[in-house]
Design a protein around this ligand. Structure first.
Ligand SMILES: [Zn+2]
Length: 268
């Protein structure tokens, strides 16, 4: 239904379609499509309340990252289950009725699966993924199951209104280190031209196999594991009332790199 669609355009090779919430509900489940609720720009401005539930997001994708209502932790969606890592580092499964102001998922269908033997630093890992990714893929979803060392993780504290901008929240983020863990890195690589709509470059979250360790990844060393890449050439964005697609690519990339630290590494 045409009225479901707010905006429809190409950003380079990426077909971007902005949908109303009703449009999001009508959107068919597809492969090689990144599905997003909200925009990074709105989140950066303190828009920590979305109008989409995780159940609605999970209908369209089984792997992804983001945050939940009131910025209450780092969201990891793996095999169709949503987990949030709080500022205390605790991992908890999130109920599907929970709302999200910002999440991106895909119905993960990898075209590339390969065994990788490290150790690779975080910068080297970005290069390994770049080299393995189909060269014409505008967006890639990434899943790496393996052994990791020297994980540097962070999360943010649940916010109460009136909301401060993300830059002020991140100034008080909690960071911690984990010497070794087996688990999964989950995330995306978005092109620079989508900066503001999304985080350009790599944005990765971690969840351990025992579901006790997780967070937004600032740095990590991959010792070895299995890399899977799903190229996406479509991005469907659910826009809450009053939020526009903006002018992707015009956002301050240095500011985003400060907020999402570690994403501006090689290959972005
Ligand atoms: Zn993150």
């Amino acid at each position: 239904m045409a009225r479901d669609i707010i905006d429809d355009r190409f950003i380079g090779a990426l077909h971007v379609r902005a949908l109303t919430r009703a449009g999001f509900d009508h959107d068919p489940v597809t492969e090689h499509t990144a599905i997003q609720a909200g925009t990074l720009e709105a989140l950066m401005a303190g828009g920590y309340e979305g109008d989409t539930t995780l159940d609605e997001v999970l209908r369209l994708g089984d792997l992804g990252i983001g945050t939940i209502q009131q910025l209450d932790g780092e969201l990891v969606i793996l095999d169709g289950t949503a987990w949030s890592v709080g500022s205390d580092g605790m991992v908890r499964e999130v109920d599907g009725s929970t709302l999200t102001p910002f999440a991106v998922v895909t119905n993960f269908a990898p075209d590339v699966i390969r065994t990788v033997e490290g150790p690779f630093s975080f910068g080297q890992l970005a290069q390994v993924v770049d080299d393995a990714a189909p060269p014409d893929a505008p967006v890639i979803a990434i899943r790496i199951d393996g052994e990791f060392a020297d994980l540097s993780l962070r999360s943010v504290e649940k916010q109460e209104p009136p909301y401060k901008p993300l830059r002020e929240v991140v100034a008080h983020q909690t960071e911690w280190s984990v010497a070794y863990a087996t688990g999964t890195l989950v995330g995306f690589r978005f092109p620079d031209a989508t900066a503001g709509l999304e985080v350009p470059g790599y944005h990765l979250h971690f969840l351990s196999d025992d579901r006790r360790i997780g967070g937004h990844v600032m740095a990590a060393t991959l010792l070895g594991g299995r890399l899977a890449i799903d190229p996406c050439d479509e991005l469907h964005v659910e826009l809450p009332d009053g939020i526009g697609l903006g002018t992707p690519g015009s956002a301050d990339r240095a500011e985003i790199a400060r907020l999402e630290g570690g994403t501006d590494s090689a290959g972005s």
